[in-house]
Design a binder for this molecule. Structure first.
Ligand SMILES: [Zn+2]
Length: 288
């Protein structure tokens, strides 16, 4: 405790800026790049015309970018623009990562192959949600160390390549946490409620805006206890686990999105579940 107090006294900037996420430049991971010194003003960083998060940490600026799951391994580039507006390229390397495959069987054919009316609804909801996740809200110091959001083990991992009734589907965009319906769900970090709704796949869904293109999305909730625009604090109860939307049992599907792309929430987690899921008891959620 004494040491921590001393450290906080010595490094007030670092304490204010909080932790950086884990630097793992792989598809579905997060790359953390220290930027050239730009004399105090926050540089602007883009990747393919999309704004990238920039935070100050221990006296330096860092670019923090989510890497889409479909990104081919190899060299990639960020564009860095400092106060005098000179644009510079920053190169980084993406290493390959192969995620495990998961075979799912769902008996209700309607849930596997939605009707045309359901497909229209799904498209509408997906573009609405993507619009939320693509929004940029300037927040100088987003909280980048996340708390585990619900008392339960991880039952399904990020990036799983899912095969549904023999047909390949999109990879798992988040992690699932298995717990009884009604279990409290908490904000992973300080945030503002950006969106809530009841969607076909996701069910009752809460999207929290953490700033600079970083979002936390909770799906399948039984209830949501916050309002749009409300400011929430890290650890605050925002809803409860449920079975709404397409899921085979009560679980929390948790997507973390950065610069419009889902990334592995573990990049940001500073705490984990108290218990691990036994392999045999793995629950399978529909789309999840
Ligand atoms: Zn899921």
């Amino acid at each position: 405790m004494r040491l921590m107090l001393l450290m906080a006294f010595m490094f007030p900037l670092a304490a204010a800026a909080a932790s950086l996420p884990k630097d793992e430049p792989v598809p579905g991971g997060v790359v953390v790049i220290q930027l050239p010194d730009s004399g105090g003003t926050q540089p602007v960083v883009t990747r393919k015309d999309r704004r990238i998060m920039v935070v100050e940490h221990a006296g330096h600026w860092y670019a923090i970018a989510g890497i889409p799951l479909a990104t081919p391994p190899g060299q990639h580039m960020l564009l860095f623009r400092d106060a005098d507006s000179t644009a510079r390229q920053i190169r980084f390397n993406v290493s390959p990562k192969v995620y495990p495959e998961q075979q799912l069987i769902i008996k209700n054919p309607q849930l596997v192959n939605p009707t045309p009316a359901q497909l229209r609804r799904i498209k509408r909801e997906q573009s609405h949600l993507q619009g939320v996740l693509d929004s940029w809200v300037q927040q100088p110091a987003p909280q980048l160390g996340f708390l585990w959001p619900a008392a339960g083990p991880e039952t399904s991992g990020f990036g799983l390549r899912r095969v549904l009734n023999g047909q390949p589907r999109s990879p798992h965009s988040g992690i699932d946490i298995g717990a009884p319906a009604g279990t409290a769900v908490r904000a992973p970090a300080d945030a503002v409620v950006a969106d809530l709704g009841d969607y076909y796949f996701c069910g009752k869904t809460l999207t929290l805006d953490l700033g600079q293109g970083l979002y936390s999305v909770y799906c399948h909730l039984s209830k949501i206890t916050v309002k749009r625009g409300e400011r929430v604090q890290q650890g605050q109860v925002v809803g409860a686990i449920g079975t709404t939307g397409r899921t085979t049992g009560p679980n929390l599907h948790w997507t973390v999105s950065l610069n419009g792309t889902p990334v592995d929430p573990h990049a940001f987690l500073i705490s984990g579940p108290a218990v691990r899921a036994p392999a045999a008891a793995q629950k399978v959620s529909g789309r999840g």
